[in-house]
Ligand binder design. Structure first.
Ligand code: GDG
Length: 500
């Protein structure tokens, strides 16, 4: 929560999904089903307090025209419980169109492209058109929310307050262009911000997308464009300069387009640190023995997360350091993800085979090297896994930030373990006390796991204390506060226009 600020300007949050999904219960009525992500936990209370609005897809194609969003049940403990149905706008899209937008363009094109894996990206005019149409539907719904918000502020006499519209992530890269155009034509008061949760690629990669100019213009329709780390900001600025010929200031991180200045900000996301500490304090023990050490991996089953490399590196460890046989286990939790996309089904097959092979090769009568959960565990159980694992292996090939690395350190409330982290995750840029390892260099990963398993207690303590201190300070509330500060700064800061 951000005290003292939220009362000033209402927030209109726009994201692909609402902070809860709707599903039809046995009685035929729509019900809210909660999602527990850190983003929702941090942002929902602010939307509730400032009497803001959340615009998003409700997770179902079954809403009938005009059907109301249900209120939360009495006794609902979720962070969205106080979000009234009048504060929620469901964007309903026909199934075929949503498929082309979400599975086709978002996850078939932008996800691999923005993670610098262009060989996996599919460029198709029809999925791109569906993407633009769905973004337009989000824009129209957001405009309706913005009109209602401004009218309410006017009625309250708060005529100097400009609502903040906050658009999230790669599913909505071009929505802001329509929002700005219509809102300006109608003379609505607003400020427009965008945050990208995944990396922003270099110009070399971005230029492969045939309609890259529209992406950049869509993002530049905002007053503030936020990324996790400075590298992504600089990539974005570079693209604006080279593709659109914008005037840019790389030191002040500003881009000028059509006489307007856009502020580009590095706003690294954090986690609800104290909530994970509490979970770790109360979660019952789930891992069996203390003699056997657990190496933990937790990821959506996604090719960006480096899962195949991770298993191969673990196999190498057992080959080169057989002293770990029967002494360590790799516990890999892989949450099913995007199962409608072929690449993801193929990865599932590949992982099943690979893990079967490694287990077949090294298992003993009472021990197997890899325990593999293809599914989702409860947050309580997850916190216990984090707390009781000797090593966390966070080795994505590329990752916007990676929250698992941060959640692991938050839960290290007993004997400290070791975080092994890829430099290609946004988190790699700031979690300096982790053992940083290139996930492509399998030998090195195996050696680093060996080093982590043999690390003396005082070194583990030293590293973990520092990691935890930093993440506690830079938690998700601070991220939210930094974004709101950046939005507040929009009108005060020097503009680029006339400055160069
Ligand atoms: C995107 C960007 C960026 C995982 N397994 C279970 C479970 N989880 C939760 C974790 C964590 C979240 O899922 C995963 O977050 P990540 O950050 O690791 O990855 P993405 O989903 O790819 O998120 C990423 C993030 O957006 C935020 O900006 O950091 O780079 O790709 O919170 O705890 N939760 C439960 N059971 C599981 O089995 N309950």
């Amino acid at each position: 929560m951000v005290p003292g600020r939220v009362s000033q300007a209402p927030l209109v949050v726009v994201s692909n999904r609402l902070p809860f999904i709707l599903a039809r219960g046995l009685d035929g009525r729509l019900e809210r089903r909660q999602s527990a992500g850190g983003l929702v936990t941090a942002v929902a209370p602010v939307v509730i307090e400032c009497k803001g609005t959340w615009v998003g897809w409700p997770g179902t194609y079954e809403m009938r025209p005009g059907e109301a969003i249900p209120e939360s049940d009495a006794g609902d403990q979720a962070p969205t419980a106080g979000l009234k149905s009048s504060q929620v706008v469901a964007v309903n899209v026909a199934k075929d169109k949503f498929d082309a937008y979400y599975n086709g363009c978002c996850n078939g094109t932008f996800w691999p492209l923005f993670h610098s894996m262009p060989d996996r990206a599919v460029f198709k005019a029809d999925t791109w058109n569906a993407y633009c149409e769905v973004n337009e539907e989000f824009a129209q719904n957001t405009l309706a929310a913005l009109r209602a918000t401004v009218a309410k502020l006017d009625a309250e006499g708060r005529v100097n307050v400009a609502p903040i519209v906050w658009v999230h992530d790669y599913q909505l890269l071009v929505a802001a262009a329509s929002i700005r155009k219509a809102a300006e034509e109608e003379g609505l008061r607003f400020r427009l911000g965008f945050f990208l949760h995944i990396p922003f690629p270099s110009w070399d990669i971005m230029r492969l997308f045939p309609w890259d100019d529209q992406i950049l213009q869509g993002m530049l329709a905002c007053d503030v464009v936020g990324f996790h780390i400075e590298d992504y900001c600089l990539n974005f600025i570079d693209c604006c300069c080279r593709r659109l010929g914008c005037r840019v200031d790389r030191n002040q991180m500003m881009v000028e387009l059509a006489g307007r200045t856009v502020h580009v900000k590095a706003l690294p996301i954090g986690i609800p640190f104290e909530r994970f500490v509490e979970l770790a304090e109360s979660a019952p023990k789930v891992l069996k023995t203390t003699e056997e050490k657990t190496i933990l991996g937790v990821d959506r089953l996604d090719y960006t997360k480096g899962l195949v490399n991770r298993i191969l590196a673990f196999e190498l460890l057992l080959e080169k350091h057989p002293e770990h046989i029967e002494k360590v286990t790799l516990l890999q939790i892989s949450v099913p993800s995007r199962t409608d996309v072929r690449e993801y089904r193929q990865l599932k097959e590949e992982m099943d085979q690979l893990i079967g092979r490694v287990n077949g090769r090294f298992s003993r009568a009472n021990w197997s090297p890899i325990r593999y959960i293809y599914g989702c565990v409860s947050q309580n159980q997850l916190a216990a896994f984090y707390r009781d694992s000797a090593v966390a292996l966070v080795t994505p090939l590329r990752d916007g930030m990676n929250l698992v690395a941060k959640e692991y350190v938050a839960c290290q409330i007993r004997e400290p373990g070791v975080l092994i982290l890829s430099p290609f995750a946004g988190a790699g840029g700031s979690m300096h006390e982790a053992l940083v390892v290139n996930p492509y260099e399998l030998d090195q990963v195996a050696e680093t796991i060996h080093r982590a398993l043999s690390m003396p207690l005082d070194e583990r303590e030293l590293r973990m204390t520092q990691l935890r201190r930093r993440e506690r300070k830079n938690d998700v509330s601070r991220w939210l506060e930094s974004f709101l500060d950046a939005m507040d700064g929009v009108n005060d800061e020097t503009s680029l226009v006339g400055n160069l």
